[in-house]
Design a binder for this molecule. Structure first.
Ligand code: SAM
Length: 372
């Protein structure tokens, strides 16, 4: 057994290097990587896979490090047969120790470059969790994903995707990112657009089942769909956007034109509500956080793109903001509005920018004080 420390994540025991990351994007502190803060990300995989309720599901955790996600899946999700793969040979003793620690007979350690792993076999569920951008790995992951399989992809290169390093985003994702309040929604949609374009090369389309931004990373779970029609349907969901900070007006367009120069983005839904309705937080490592996020994902408007933010509105309107709950309640009297998971001060609505501004003004604390 390699030197390390045993921790518990949910009902699973994990041997991890003593010297591991505990927060933030995670830096390589030992020969094998482990970041405690990603427990929530792993919890979501558990909730997601349990909700599929399949008789048998083959799983490849292609970049597994200590095996933390693979081991948890094998231990916590019934009917799984799991391959826990990392090309770093130092990872293998950790994976094997974790298999023994949890007494698993449905998990195998594998020491391949993921490009080789996926040219030799295909799986029902393929997980990619690289350092930084998943772009160099997406094509191989698609090859390794069985017909109608599921791709789960993490991206931790938040600075390019959210526009802080726009040049890198252009080079890596061939997309123009958004800065400001919409930057994380923009980053998530750029990642999803890239996956849709890569799938299209194989005549495969996609249906997002769950996609989110949390902590320092983006994550999406994609149901792969087969054939030209499905591919065309998903390419049809890609497009560009225009944002005018002088008016807060925003609009989208299938084609790039003089105005619509941000993107391309995935403009379709982020989630599948049926999948979310089957997910439950019981027996996860961070049950409270899982329950809270499930509630937001289930309720956020799924077919509206590009959120509004209270701070964006208050600095534009120059009146102090109402409570978010009050604004959402008022907006819901004229249309639909919900919180969004992207940030605690943002919301989505189907109302126009002008309608939002009018309602904001009506219920701003200053206006209410004057009317008393
Ligand atoms: C961010 S870590 C994975 C963390 C892990 N999923 C977890 O939840 O603890 C990324 C891992 O990818 C591995 N890796 C990088 N390139 C790879 C490749 N081409 N094939 C297989 N593994 C690779 C690295 O060795 C590293 O262990």
């Amino acid at each position: 057994m390699p030197a390390g420390t045993v921790i518990r994540e949910g009902p699973t025991q994990l041997l991890v290097p003593e010297d591991h990351s505990t927060h933030g994007p995670g830096t390589k502190t030992a020969a094998v990587f482990f970041n405690e803060q990603m427990a929530f990300n792993r919890d979501v995989s558990i909730m997601f896979l349990r909700a599929l309720e399949r008789d048998k599901i083959t799983v490849a955790d292609a970049m597994t490090a200590t095996g933390s996600r693979a081991i948890r899946i094998a231990h916590e999700v019934p009917n799984t047969i799991v391959t826990s793969n990392d090309m770093n040979s130092d990872a293998i003793p950790f994976i094997n120790a974790n298999i023994r620690l949890n007494d698993l007979d449905n998990c195998t350690a594998s020491n391949e470059n993921m490009h080789i792993l996926f040219s030799n076999g295909a799986y029902d569920y393929v997980d990619l969790d690289p350092f930084g951008s998943p772009v160099p790995f997406i094509q191989s992951a698609i090859r390794g994903c069985r017909r109608k399989g599921i791709l789960a992809i993490t991206a931790t290169d938040t600075a390019p995707l959210a526009g802080a390093h726009a040049g890198k985003c252009r080079r890596r994702y061939q997309s123009e990112p958004i800065r400001g309040y919409m930057c994380h929604e923009g980053g998530l949609r750029i990642l999803m657009c890239t996956i849709a374009k890569e799938l299209a090369k194989f005549d495969r389309g996609m249906k997002p089942l769950l996609s989110f931004y949390a902590d320092h990373y983006f994550r999406t779970y994609i149901q792969v769909e087969e054939g030209a029609d499905a591919t065309d349907r998903s390419l049809d969901q890609l497009g560009y956007m225009h944002y005018d900070p002088a008016t807060l007006e925003r609009s989208t367009s299938k084609l790039s034109d003089n105005e619509h120069r941000l993107g391309p983005f995935w403009l379709g839904p982020l989630h599948n509500k049926e999948q979310l309705s089957k997910m439950t937080p019981e027996n996860t490592a961070e049950e409270k956080r899982c329950a809270k996020m499930l509630d937001i994902w289930q309720n956020e408007l799924n077919d509206q793109v590009f959120l509004y933010d209270l701070s964006e509105l208050s600095s534009f309107i120059k009146l102090s903001p109402p409570r978010l709950e009050n604004l959402i309640e008022a907006l819901n009297q004229s249309g639909h509005a919900t919180k969004t998971h992207i940030s605690p001060s943002s919301f989505k609505t189907d109302l126009s920018t002008k309608e939002i501004i009018d309602i904001y003004k009506e219920i701003s604390p200053e206006t209410l004080r004057k009317s008393q």
